[in-house]
Design a protein around this ligand. Structure first.
Ligand code: NAD
Ligand code: MG
Length: 395
């Protein structure tokens, strides 16, 4: 289908790591892309700076307390400003050819769904919205005829090598994990690690939440659940291999013995460009891959004893129903408690495990059939996680 140029692009989460990389990719093809809408959480200055440079039609700040600051910063520009969750959701639904869903956390669900419901192309970086409500999100996409493209590097890699016409021949879908900053640390050292250590990712520069998830390997667990929703595979066909160089991003193994992989310099501008230009390709400023310079690529099994979050996420994927929603919400609360130094690094997994266990005891794990069900599970998990954190903080 040919669309008239420039393509209208909305970026939800424009001030973040993915948002910034998206604007960089777009800036290489100003005739092809036009930024029409942006949103962020509470940094009015950063959002206004982007608005002044790119002149979108609409700018939304989620935090209502920042509405005045945003309006003042953009006074006289003719750019419409608004604040709050309803405005954020409206922005997701504004007329656009591509919506980039790059808000972090379950907060991205409502505007992403609003975009999907318009039937447009939605490039999803916000993995938490697929983890918390994947079945509902994918059903809405099907109903509305929306095209979902994965920005997450592993899923984008798999998307590039996944042969839809050879489904019966697909045996395994493999996600690679860098292993994070604690790949070689023992448990005692991990127990004593604080945010300063956990925020030092060896290969990728990302927002705080996903960087902590990468240190616990919860990120890879969330990505298994994300992959389950994005691709027609069973949970037992999904696996993880640790690959510290982050050059091979994802693989699909076929029954004839072929294993197709996508490789590239670890830089999110590649998967973002793939989504923005799909089904075409266009140049980026990403450093070309030089395999001789890299020298060797290594692979190892993930250690589920030290990285319990990955095991918890695998169990939630197999358990199904409401378990991924509970896991995601409990993890968000635990990660923020860790960032605020209220709990230790290993307490993140302990908190998530307590929430999942108490949900089983309370029979709170049933399949969310509506967004209200998702919200109820999410609220239960956040409440229970806060109780668990108080206990863990006292211990
Ligand atoms: P970030 O923290 O750098 O940016 C998050 C963005 O979302 C910011 O613009 C922030 O203002 C906005 N935001 C946060 N909470 C919000 C709220 N309640 N309402 C409205 N806006 C809100 O995060 P990031 O690293 O860019 O990651 C964004 C998403 O992409 C996450 O879901 C992450 O898992 C996923 N992702 C990121 C990377 C990466 O390399 N950074 C890679 C793969 C997937
Ligand atoms: Mg990823």
């Amino acid at each position: 289908m040919s669309q008239s140029l420039p393509l209208r692009v909305v970026v939800l989460g424009a001030t973040g790591s993915i948002g910034t990389a998206t604007l960089d990719v777009m800036s290489q093809a100003p005739d092809r892309f036009r930024l029409v809408g942006i949103a962020a959480h509470r940094n009015a200055d950063a959002l206004a700076d982007i608005a002044k440079r790119h002149r979108p039609e609409r700018v939304v700040i989620a935090d209502e307390g920042q509405e005045g600051a945003l309006a003042d910063a953009l006074a006289g520009t003719g750019i419409a400003t608004a604040a709050g969750l309803a405005a954020l959701t409206d922005l997701g639904a504004m007329p656009a050819d591509i919506v980039v869903a790059a808000i972090s956390g379950a907060a991205g669900l409502a505007p992403t769904l609003a975009a999907i419901r318009t039937g447009t192309r939605v490039a999803i970086a916000n993995k938490e919205c697929l983890v918390t409500a994947g079945s509902l999100v994918m059903a809405e996409a099907k109903r509305a005829g929306a095209t979902i493209l994965p920005v997450d590097s592993e899923h984008n890699a798999i998307f590039q090598v996944f042969e839809d016409n050879a489904l019966d021949a697909i045996e395994e879908v493999i996600l690679t994990a860098s292993g994070g900053p604690f790949r070689t640390w023992d448990r005692a050292k991990m127990a004593a690690a604080g945010p300063e250590q956990a925020l030092k990712h060896p290969n990728w520069s990302m927002g705080a939440k996903i960087t902590i998830d990468s240190a616990t390997l919860m990120n890879k667990g969330l990505e298994l659940i994300e992959a389950y929703h994005l691709f027609p595979v069973r949970p037992d066909q999904l696996s993880v291999v640790v690959h510290p160089q982050s050059i091979v991003h994802g693989l699909v193994r076929y029954s004839d013995g072929s294993c197709l992989a996508q490789l590239g310099t670890p830089d999110m501008r590649t998967p973002i460009a793939n989504c923005l230009n799909w089904p075409d390709r266009a140049p980026t400023r990403v450093k070309p891959l030089d395999l001789v310079e890299i020298g060797s690529l290594t692979f190892e099994a993930p250690d589920l004893d030290r990285f319990e979050c990955l095991g918890l996420a695998m169990a939630a994927l197999r358990r199904g129903e409401g378990a991924p929603t509970l896991l995601n919400a409990a993890n968000e609360v635990a990660v923020f408690a860790f960032l605020e130094k209220r709990i230790g690094f290993l307490d993140i997994a302990a908190c998530v495990e307590r929430v999942l266990n108490s949900a089983e005891r309370a029979h709170m794990v049933s399949e969310p059939k509506s967004l209200d069900d998702v919200a109820a599970l999410d609220a239960y998990a956040r409440r229970t996680a806060k109780e668990a954190i108080s206990e863990l903080a006292r211990a």
